[in-house]
Design a protein around this ligand. Structure first.
Ligand SMILES: Nc1ncnc2c1ncn2[C@@H]1O[C@H](COP(=O)(O)OP(=O)(O)OP(=O)(O)O)[C@@H](O)[C@H]1O
Ligand SMILES: [Mg+2]
Length: 217
């Protein structure tokens, strides 16, 4: 990241233990809403206090394994509740199971199950999820719609190879919505207001990542 990020409405930070980064506080002070993810703590300490920049963040979106270790809890919901004492919105992602969130200010909680897809490559699911959540937050959507949209974008991405290359755009979201299973039409009904009825999204060719697979002879 650049030393001095440009002024932005939102920023995404990857927090690591003991790895404070000045730009995060700077961005928050200049009005950016900061959304944070984290990863596996190689030190094995799992000390939430070591994620000092969390104090600048509006939301924290770890996966369930990370969230439970950082909070010394044994279920994702308890982990989210504990995290919501440290950050305004805690979202715990649970792979194919979906995600669960707690808004510590209002006490609102939300759980949205994952969308059943054939997962080809989970790379980047967490990142795409955060991007979807930021999109819905900036648009001012309710918490549950934000979880649903983030989960949808991530579910669409794991169907393709690659990380950022597999992140869906609006054509892919629209394409999914047109054929969405009946049982999901209520939960994802908010997409009706976002996707123009008339527009038929053109099928897009995706860039295909070059991935080498090692074969044993
Ligand atoms: N197999 C899947 N089917 C459907 N949705 C999925 C699947 N895997 C991931 N997702 C979606 O992506 C979100 C994030 O995935 P996950 O909880 O695995 O994060 P992660 O382990 O942090 O991922 P990453 O390895 O990219 O950091 C989930 O909450 C879910 O909405
Ligand atoms: Mg992750």
């Amino acid at each position: 990241l650049p030393q001095c990020p440009p002024r932005a409405r939102a920023a995404v930070a990857s927090l690591g233990p003991g790895r404070g980064e000045e730009w995060i506080g700077d961005a928050a002070r200049r009005g950016a809403r900061v959304f944070a993810d984290t990863g596996w703590d190689e030190s094995g300490r799992w000390d939430l206090g070591a994620l000092a920049d969390l104090e600048h963040c509006e939301a924290f979106l770890p996966n369930a394994g990370e969230a439970m270790r950082y909070t010394h809890t044994d279920c994702p919901r308890a982990a989210a509740r504990a995290l919501a004492e440290k950050v305004p919105i805690a979202v715990v992602t649970m792979g194919a199971e979906g995600s669960y969130a707690v808004d510590g200010h209002t006490g609102e909680t939300a759980h949205v199950p994952g969308i059943a897809v054939e997962a080809l490559d989970p790379t980047g699911a967490g990142d795409v999820y955060v991007a979807g959540f930021v999109t819905g937050t900036l648009a001012g959507w309710p918490l549950a719609d934000r979880l649903a949209f983030a989960g949808l974008t991530a579910a669409l991405s794991v169907q393709e190879f690659g990380g950022s290359l597999s992140a869906p755009g609006w054509p892919e979201v629209a394409h999914w919505w047109r054929a969405a299973p009946h049982g999901l039409r209520g939960r994802y009904g908010f997409l009706d207001d976002l996707i123009p009825q008339a527009a038929t999204p053109a099928a897009r060719r995706r860039a295909v990542p070059t991935i080498g697979f090692r074969h044993s002879a």
